[in-house]
Ligand binder design. Structure first.
Ligand code: ATP
Ligand code: MG
Length: 417
């Protein structure tokens, strides 16, 4: 038997209903903040991620699905979308459009990670990018919007963590300081940290290994080393969040795995998720455009939400959102069949969820029961001859007959629509 590839899963109904709900909710929030959709290819040239995500990151170092195409070029299944959005932005000269360019995407990403709960090799992200402004108001708006999506999806008790990671003006001195401290401390840390201490000291702060935490606590805080412009920027982001009543915690150890992040970084975690507890991560990436070869600067800020993890978190708490189902059935012959199809057509036009079911009434009712249908509409020979339909409330087990012309009205009443 052929099964789905390891780490890649089928998402089946009824769970897909929750996925649809999450996406519909995200669409409406994006619309409210004046974001428009961008769709970029799943495959990109490998160089885009090597440069845009950073050669030293885990993603590029060990998680990408990279292959050689028939013409010898190296292609990669996208592990994230920000680099692709920025490539498209540069390629199509979106910088020439007026205002802040606000783009959102929803789609699959691919990383060859160890599969565990909340961690898959094909997973889905819902993300937004605001490109073309350095203003801290934009950072705060992006954060507010991502909180809004989670809230409207029904997520409760999540935690928003924010930090600033400085900029190319102030960060190098801090990284140098870290490097010095780590030359002494790293040998007592995990092997990954020993490597990071040399290649990317900032990422030591991000280490999740419990035994390393007491050492990490002793390391200097980047917030004490921001230059005045970065400190002012962070101050304004915080001020706006405070004004908007958005609760957050400042976490000076919060750095991002991706090299192009600068200034604001943020994450939202949810305790119900266990060890893979980050639902969403984001930040400002003013240096990204240049790192993938743009001559014009394109400062941006964005976030990406793990849709798999969001769905996992709200699955249990979400009330049944499925709409009531109406079964339309007929007894025998063309006239009753046509009456049933017309009835179904009319109800569907009105936005009601309808299934046409053929067969003996007893069997139809049995199936209707299993499908959890609310109501049956029966088009029998007598009904058709009299210009009526019979309706059966399947919960109350009550049946009655009404003129065909009143069908929609009666069904709506029964469904409380
Ligand atoms: P993590 O620390 O969990 O590995 P990350 O830093 O690699 O996350 P990002 O690149 O910031 O993740 O991606 C943003 C979000 O996408 C994450 O917060 C998470 O919700 C989701 N995500 C990332 N990798 C996976 C995965 N392999 N499976 C499911 N969701 C994922
Ligand atoms: Mg990861």
């Amino acid at each position: 038997m052929i099964r789905a590839v390891k780490g890649m899963r089928d998402i089946l109904p009824p769970a897909t209903g929750i996925w649809n709900f999450a996406e519909t909710t995200a669409y409406s929030v994006f619309r409210a903040y004046n974001y428009q959709e961008i769709r970029t290819p799943i495959l990109e040239e490998t160089a885009l991620f090597a440069r845009g995500v950073g050669a030293e990151t885990d993603i590029v170092g060990k998680e990408m699905y990279t292959f050689e195409d028939r013409d010898g070029s190296s292609l990669t299944l996208r592990p994230e979308a920000t680099a692709s959005v920025m490539r498209a932005y540069i390629e199509h000269r979106l910088d020439q459009l007026p205002g802040v360019k606000k783009l959102y995407y929803i789609g699959p990403m691919f990383r060859r990670e160890r599969q565990q709960k909340g961690r898959y090799r094909q997973f889905y992200q819902i993300g937004g990018e605001a490109i073309g402004s350095e203003s801290p108001l934009v950072d705060a708006e992006v954060i507010e919007m991502s909180v809004e999506i989670l809230t409207r999806c029904g997520l409760e008790n999540f935690q928003l963590l924010i930090n600033s990671v400085g900029c190319p003006n102030c960060r190098p001195a801090f990284v140098e300081l870290l490097r010095q401290k780590l030359s002494e401390l790293a040998p007592k840390m995990c092997v990954d940290c020993q490597r990071r201490a040399v290649t990317n000291p900032l990422r030591v702060l991000d280490c999740k290994v419990p035994d390393d935490q007491p050492i990490i606590e002793t390391l200097p805080s980047i917030l004490d080393h921001l230059d005045s412009a970065c400190a002012e920027h962070f101050h304004t982001v915080r001020g706006v969040l405070d004004h908007r009543g958005i609760v957050y915690e400042v976490r000076p150890r919060l750095v991002r795995g991706l090299d192009y992040y600068m200034r604001t970084t943020f994450e939202i975690t949810h305790s119900g998720l266990g060890s893979q507890n980050t639902v969403l991560a984001g930040g400002r990436y003013d240096g990204l455009a240049e790192s993938i070869g743009s001559k014009v600067p394109a400062p941006g800020v964005g976030f990406s939400m793990g849709e798999d993890r969001l769905v996992m978190s709200v699955e249990g708490t979400l009330a049944q959102t499925a709409e009531a189902l109406v079964i339309v059935t007929f007894t025998a012959g063309e006239a009753t069949r046509n009456a049933a199809l017309s009835a179904a057509g009319q109800l569907r036009q009105a936005g009601i969820r309808v299934e046409v079911s053929e067969g003996k009434l007893k069997k139809v009712f049995e199936t209707a029961n299993k499908l959890n249908a609310r109501l049956a509409v029966i088009c029998g020979e007598n009904e058709v001859a009299a210009g009526t339909v019979s309706l059966k409330d399947l919960a109350k087990q009550e049946q009655w007959t009404a003129p065909s012309g009143e069908l929609l009205e009666q069904v709506k009443k029964c469904l409380n629509k």
